[in-house]
Design a protein around this ligand. Structure first.
Ligand code: PLP
Length: 439
């Protein structure tokens, strides 16, 4: 019996032995098209020579240097590259993953207010059906009931408003824009309820990923959110751990919303899975306040700014730029959604096909007219994912799309360098899995 604590202790997954572009190969030689990048991570496939070379080179030169003692060329370069790519952002903290980035964002926001003489600001507001990570602080902020339930006694209480979930929230005779304003105005109400002087930040995924399946904001929503944050003097923290670094067709997903956050987190695609890495980017005035105050951000982890991870990230950004992959993300993202609509658009159990770039969600329903969800005990998302996997396609299924219990969806997040033949294979295998599961 394995000594590994696998994700499910009752089943051992197949053994992955090598990568081949968009495919993972297991110990039996079976090939799996990685249609979801694991969890929207592997954005360049699994053996890109440029990233492999960058990792090898950095390991030979200097694998790691603790950030209490040194900075490194690669860390300085990556901070420059990221701030160039992220409008409005000035400073960068490099960590080892998404949850670490969110924890750092919460603490940075809090410390800013302490140093700025507004120590009463300590509360965070987020949205139901959001996911911001599994460490206790990130989990407390997140709004997914299923993930929170068992650990609620360990966490600080969360403050949640409705998500901007058009498919589920738009009322009859309501325009997209009005719906977005109504959803955003809940933030104002929540701030007033908690007392503006107590609130530090609003945290939101620019495009919601794991828990709701590529839910895009409606036009005007984030403009109104930004306005409310400004009026109340609170930070806007955008969590782009999943949707950032090119996944939606722009380096930062917020570029498509015509606003700038105060803090943004990124992680998954940042080094394409070749090394674990995450980052927090923030406005200059936040780091300036701390520089002029204590001079010390009271936070840190051993592997922060890990040189090999940082070198992989630099190489990843180079490949995205040099191979013009953002264009491919938009082109192939459009193709995947179009082909999914052709294959499944009339399927009685496919309620919505949505997303942006190569960040695509398919939501299942029992009835397309009423949008009634399928009985959650049937675990439809799981059955579709398993049928696809058996047929050599990785896709990311999740239940509780609507409220943490009801609803099923599949998230697709193939590599940025996917080609047209692989898009055909992805859609064909996915449609086959849906038809095999739901008839
Ligand atoms: C939006 C978002 N934030 C944070 C996280 C946590 O990232 P990690 O699993 O790297 O800790 C995730 C992971 O899925 C995520 O999707």
């Amino acid at each position: 019996m394995s000594h590994v604590i696998h994700r499910h202790l009752k089943a051992e997954p197949p053994r992955a032995v090598r990568g081949d572009g968009a495919y993972i190969v297991d110990s039996d030689g079976k090939r799996y098209l990685d249609g979801c990048g694991g969890a929207a991570v592997s954005c360049l496939g699994h053996n890109h020579p440029a990233i492999v070379a960058a990792v090898q080179q950095q390991v030979q030169l200097l694998p790691y240097a603790h950030t209490s003692f040194f900075t490194t060329d690669v860390m300085e370069s990556l901070a420059d590259r990221l701030t160039d790519a992220a409008p409005g952002m000035h400073s960068v903290l490099l960590v080892s993953g998404g949850s670490e980035a969110i924890e750092a964002a919460l603490k940075l926001s809090r410390q800013y207010f302490v140093e700025a003489g507004q120590a009463s600001r300590h509360l965070f507001i987020a949205r139901r059906q959001s996911y911001h990570g599994n460490t206790l602080g990130a989990l407390a902020v997140g709004g997914n009931e299923w993930r929170r339930k068992n650990f609620a006694p360990l966490m600080v209480p969360g403050n949640h408003i409705s998500p901007c979930f058009e498919y589920r929230g738009l009322r009859d005779n309501e325009s997209q824009f009005d719906f977005g304003q109504r959803a955003a105005d809940e933030l104002e109400m929540k701030i007033q309820e908690l007392g503006p002087e107590n609130v530090a930040a609003f945290v939101a995924e620019t495009v919601v990923g794991a828990t709701a399946g590529a839910v895009t904001p409606v036009p005007g929503y984030f403009t109104r959110i930004r306005e409310i944050c400004d009026q109340n003097g609170i930070h806007l923290i955008l969590d782009e751990v999943m949707c950032g670094t090119g996944r939606t067709g722009t380096m930062m997903a917020y570029e498509q919303e015509s606003i700038e956050p105060d803090i943004v987190t990124i992680a998954k695609g940042l080094a394409a899975g070749y090394q674990p890495i995450g980052a927090l980017l923030c406005r200059g005035e936040i780091t300036e306040a701390i520089r002029n105050g204590s001079g010390f951000f009271q936070h840190g982890h051993t592997f922060m700014g890990h040189a090999t991870a940082v070198a992989s990230s630099l190489a990843t950004l180079d490949v995205i730029r040099d191979e013009q992959l953002l264009d491919n993300v938009l082109r192939q993202g459009h193709a995947v959604r179009k082909q999914l609509r052709e294959a499944l658009g009339e399927h009685p159990n496919v309620g919505d096909i949505r997303g942006r770039g190569l960040f695509i969600g398919v939501e299942f329903v029992a009835d397309r007219d009423t949008k009634e969800p399928i009985d959650p005990d049937r675990k439809t998302h799981n059955l579709v994912q398993r049928a696809a996997f058996a047929n050599g396609l990785m896709c990311y299924g999740m239940g509780g799309t609507i409220d943490g219990r009801l609803g099923d969806h599949i998230l697709l997040a193939p590599p940025y360098n996917i080609n047209a033949i692989q898009v055909d294979e992805l859609v064909e295998k996915f449609a086959a899995a849906v038809n095999a599961t739901l008839g």
